[in-house]
Design a protein around this ligand. Sequence first.
Ligand SMILES: CC(C)(COP(=O)(O)OP(=O)(O)OC[C@H]1O[C@@H](n2cnc3c(N)ncnc32)[C@H](O)[C@@H]1OP(=O)(O)O)[C@@H](O)C(=O)NCCC(=O)NCCS
Length: 159
Amino acid sequence: MKIPDDQEEFSLSPLRMEYLGPLSMILCSMDPWLTMEYTPEAFESYLLHGDPGLARQVIMISGQVAGVLSVRNPWLFGPLIELLALFDGFRSKGTGARIIQWVGNRYKPENLWVTVASFNRGARKFYEREGFEKTALLDDLIKPGWSEMLLRKKIGRRR
Ligand SMILES: CC(C)(COP(=O)(O)OP(=O)(O)OC[C@H]1O[C@@H](n2cnc3c(N)ncnc32)[C@H](O)[C@@H]1OP(=O)(O)O)[C@@H](O)C(=O)NCCC(=O)NCCS
């Protein structure tokens, strides 16, 4: 795996209230959410609503907010990565791969799961390279006419 070292290591921080508005605006302005016409209000509510099974965190790199990670656990013999987004300037430098590795180390799961919009070829390529395989096509999941792929990375039994 190619991991260039021109980008500092990431860290994860709790989602603070003052981040909500700016993060929601950025997420709506980038694909796949731009194409799917997400609204800032929908993101704010997703990031804020009470949900003890959902760990929502900010990805920090070099003291800057570089993205968002949201992981649902427990899910299906392993966690579901519900939201992974790296902002402009922080992509294609190996951070996404390191975050997948971090989730694996943190939860020590038998499986890792993620959904990806069918049209999001870049992310599909990324997850494929990280060892995820397509398990199902979920039509009309988020909005009528849009399909999501459910991807699974089998890690195997640890007990
Ligand atoms: C998908 C994502 C999390 C990957 O993180 P990353 O740090 O960019 O990933 P890495 O640097 O570890 O790997 C990048 C590789 O993934 C693929 N890739 C990822 N996103 C891509 C994109 N938008 N277009 C083309 N290729 C992409 C490429 O193979 C790329 O390899 P390259 O840099 O040699 O071209 C990040 O690109 C991102 O946030 N994208 C926008 C939001 C998104 O689609 N999130 C996933 C929703 S399910």
